[in-house]
Ligand binder design. Structure first.
Ligand code: AMP
Ligand code: GLY
Length: 440
């Protein structure tokens, strides 16, 4: 099988790597890729979010499968254009990608499908925002309705800050979703979908804030690990039954079937399971940790999803080890990341047993030297017999890498490795009338 992977980041590097380890995959191409991907497979410089440009490339390469990594091309309709050209695509249509493109739309679908999520209100002006903040109280959660690369959400006890974030979204011509605060640890579960059948991968946990101990602003994700030994038994089955399958059924009922990966961002709260958000693609950097453990042929799985044949797929096989991915970010990420800094030591990091480096924002400069080219520069993945071992390997690998001004968190998977992740005590569900998504 010949596969084209569309996208430039660490997630796409992980996808390319997993495809290359599938004996059924003969050839992989990437567009545009990054310096790490270019070292593995041919890359093609194309605007990943331009449906015509991507379709033209697809016609030239004539692949058996096109995998679209990031949300921007999906929301721009790239999968529709490639599908119309007659090629199997792993990645939802523009209509189905609205599950990530609009948080208000996702809330409507969840309400319709009976999926448990935070109670929420949509606000499009200051008065509505102020009223919604007072309905839910502190801590305040204010979300930009549209795509914001994981940075459009403000969670704060400061009402003025919450209102200011809403105002900045209105000033930019947008709306906000204001919702109740969800307590409890977060879980990311990726569910492969073929429009009807769903197949869950192993759950992961992401670290969203820039600094240790979850301090500082939100980022796209500073690290991840998988599997999670602290989640309640049956969690994956529960998410499939109460979240993924009803959502996929509702999207099919609406005539916009969901094909691709439904990323269920979940909180395990004192009132039970709640969806924090849906994304319509693999998470970054969770994918770097999750795919490090997958032992089933990845290409065959994605092709089965693209062709509506997931019901025939064999049960997934996983390595017994744990995986930890630690992100190395650029100076001043997430505010105004500096690019063009020299990166050294990747070979040494890759030589550490159980370690591999996945590039994200990297490029070669004019002299052919590896330099940073984005906010999140790379991730070091450690695979070890348990989380303690995997963490040690990942951080050993990271210590070999040099990047001027580089930042990383020291506490990725630390609590879980010490068995210190706690679930909040369960409370009796509470109801509030008139709010979207009150499915408690
Ligand atoms: P989102 O873009 O919706 O995933 O939000 C980014 C991050 O903000 C999440 O991963 C959570 O850490 C936090 N967050 C979002 N919604 C809530 C909520 N209702 N309660 C608490 N934290 C939230
Ligand atoms: N790691 C969070 C995301 O991919 O949205």
């Amino acid at each position: 099988m010949k596969v084209l992977v569309v996208g430039p980041g660490g997630r796409e590097h992980a996808i390319v790597r997993a495809l290359l380890s599938d004996p059924g995959v003969r050839e992989v191409h990437a567009a545009p890729g990054n310096a790490g991907i270019a070292a593995l497979v041919p890359t093609h410089q194309v605007d990943a979010s331009d449906p015509l440009a991507v379709t033209a490339l697809v016609r030239t390469l004539d692949p058996d499968l096109v995998v679209i990594g990031p949300e921007a091309p999906l929301v721009a309709g790239v999968s529709d254009a490639v599908r119309e050209a007659g090629y199997p695509v792993f990645g939802p249509s523009q209509a189905a990608a609205t599950l990530e493109g609009s948080k208000a739309f996702a809330k409507q679908v969840m309400a319709e499908a009976g999926v448990p999520t935070a109670m929420a209100r949509v606000a499009s002006n200051t008065e509505e925002a102020a009223e919604a903040l007072d309905v839910f109280g502190a801590p305040y959660v204010v979300k930009d309705d549209g795509l914001a690369a994981g940075k459009g959400v403000v969670v704060t006890n400061d009402r003025a800050e919450a209102l200011a974030h809403a105002q900045s979204c209105f000033d930019a011509g947008g709306e906000v979703v204001i919702e109740e605060f969800l307590d409890g640890p977060e879980v990311s579960l990726f569910v492969l979908c073929d429009g009807h059948t769903v197949v869950p991968l192993a759950p992961a946990q992401d670290f969203k804030r820039i600094f240790d101990l979850d301090e500082g602003p939100n980022t796209g994700g500073m690290g991840a690990y998988s599997p999670l030994d602290w989640v309640p038994e049956g969690l994956v089955e529960d998410v499939v039954a109460r979240v993924a399958q009803p959502t996929v059924d509702e999207m099919a009922r609406r005539g916009t079937p969901f094909v691709g990966v439904l990323y269920c961002g979940l909180a395990l709260t004192s009132r039970g399971l709640r969806v924090i958000e849906f994304n319509v693609r693999f998470g970054d950097p969770e994918t770097q940790a999750v795919l490090a453990r997958l032992r089933s042929p990845f290409g065959a799985l994605l092709l089965a999803a693209a062709k509506g044949k997931l019901a025939d797929a064999d049960p997934l096989r996983w390595a017994p080890e744990s995986a930890v991915a630690v992100v190395l970010a650029a100076h001043d990420y997430p505010a105004t990341p500096r690019t063009g800094d020299r990166i050294r030591g990747i070979k040494k990091a890759n030589a550490v047993p159980g370690v591999h480096v996945l590039h994200a924002g990297t490029a070669l400069d004019e002299a052919g030297k590896l330099v940073s080219a984005g906010g999140r520069v790379l991730a070091v993945v450690g695979l070890g017999e348990d989380l303690v071992d995997a963490r040690e390997r990942a951080y050993d690998g990271l210590a070999k890498i040099e990047l001027d001004g580089g930042q990383y968190r020291n506490d990725i998977a630390a609590k879980a490795a010490r068995s210190q992740v706690t679930l909040p005590e369960q409370r009796v569900p509470r109801h509030a009338a008139g709010a979207v998504g009150d499915q408690a």
